[in-house]
Design a protein around this ligand. Structure first.
Ligand code: MRU
Length: 349
């Protein structure tokens, strides 16, 4: 399968595929400072929770090498503080960003010589671990999927993009879908468009077609109809932050799909690495929800489609309560009917 340079270390710089330009253009940018990386995260050059975490970690490393070229600072923690803050503030909902920075932070306090090299090694480790996590999640998720019946391939609906474009590896939700194809020989994927930013249409459809999947695109509002007609066997999505009680923040529209899935008796699965689980956030109500620009809603492909002066509500994420989730799939295994006890258990094994 194809793995893209979503956020990688290349010749002393952070290289990212510009996801804003997909599917028409495959363009890469190289970044040389944390400020540039933070801006790229804010601007959605890179997006998707684990990919943002990897980008931030490489952003810390590239900044340290940049500072080291100006001379060794007396205190790395102090010298790096503005960069760490800038990166942390880039996007608020996906906790992988803060998680990656929290992993990098202690390395700033060690022996000053060699700090940039140690930061880079840690960023590379985060990147490597994410690749392995995707594989483990894929296997764990595929193992619990319903067996296809009626002679047609298993039909899996997914929302947004939780694939190779959102991770260092082959994806979380799309990792499960990839492993499902390995298990069953074939699967049918329904990708929802994901208004307003169109990650489903632009990214998931592109990524899956790239790998030869049977993929059908539909608008978000078609999901209920598709489910009512028996077209969807299971829904698999990713996550940006899972609260300690199992509530899941993911791309706006996820909650509606979960309600619809429950109404139609369709299992609703969430796949994410442990780095997306935030034990310090008790429930979904405390998860910060990013609000994005009005233009994402008032405009379509650069054209205004709503009247001037209308007020706009544009939350980028919503929260799906744990009770609607059949299973949380992680690299450490599956939690069925996730709750606080099941989630804490993942961190013990
Ligand atoms: O705004 P985005 O594109 O960063 O949102 C991405 C999502 O909501 C994904 O579903 C989530 O990050 C999981 S990615 C493996």
């Amino acid at each position: 399968m194809t793995v893209f340079d979503v956020a990688v270390w290349k010749d002393g710089r952070v290289r990212m595929l510009d996801q804003r330009r997909l599917p028409s253009d495959e363009i890469y940018h190289d970044y040389v400072s944390a400020a540039e990386v933070a801006q790229a995260i804010r601007d959605m050059v890179v997006r998707g929770a684990p990919a943002i975490g990897c980008a931030a970690a490489f952003g810390v490393a590239v900044e340290a090498f940049r500072l080291a070229r100006e001379g060794l600072p007396a205190s790395w923690s102090l010298a790096m503080d503005p960069a760490m803050r800038q990166l942390r503030a880039a996007r608020p909902t996906a906790v992988n960003l803060a998680w990656a920075l929290d992993r990098m932070q202690p390395l700033l306090a060690g022996e000053p010589a060699g700090v940039p090299e140690r930061l880079l090694a840690e960023a590379e480790a985060i990147h490597r671990e994410d690749i392995a996590s995707c594989r483990a999640m894929g296997a764990a998720g595929a193992a619990i999927l319903p067996i296809p019946v009626g002679g047609r391939p298993l039909a899996i609906m997914t929302h947004c993009n939780a694939g190779a474009l959102a991770t260092a590896g082959y994806g979380t939700a799309l990792g499960v879908i990839r492993a499902a194809r390995d298990r069953f020989g074939a699967v049918r994927v329904y990708a929802t468009e994901t208004r307003p930013y169109l990650q489903g249409a632009r990214l998931t459809a592109w990524e899956l077609l790239h790998d030869g999947f049977d993929v059908t695109l539909m608008t978000d509002s078609m999901a209920g109809h598709a489910m009512s007609r028996g077209l969807v066997d299971v829904v698999v999505v990713g996550a940006d932050r899972v609260a300690a009680n199992g509530d899941v923040a993911n791309k706006i529209g996820t909650y509606a799909h979960a309600v619809l899935a429950k109404r139609h008796g369709i299992p609703f699965l969430v796949a994410c690495p442990l780095s997306t689980i935030d034990l310090n956030t008790p429930t979904g109500a405390q998860i910060p929800i990013e609000e994005r620009s009005e233009e994402e809603v008032t405009h379509f492909s650069g054209q205004r489609v709503a009247p001037h002066g209308v007020r706009v509500f544009n939350p980028a994420f919503d929260v799906t309560p744990a009770e609607l989730i059949a299973a949380l799939v992680t690299e450490k295994g599956v939690v069925h009917s996730p709750d606080a006890v099941g989630i804490r258990g993942l961190f013990r094994s």
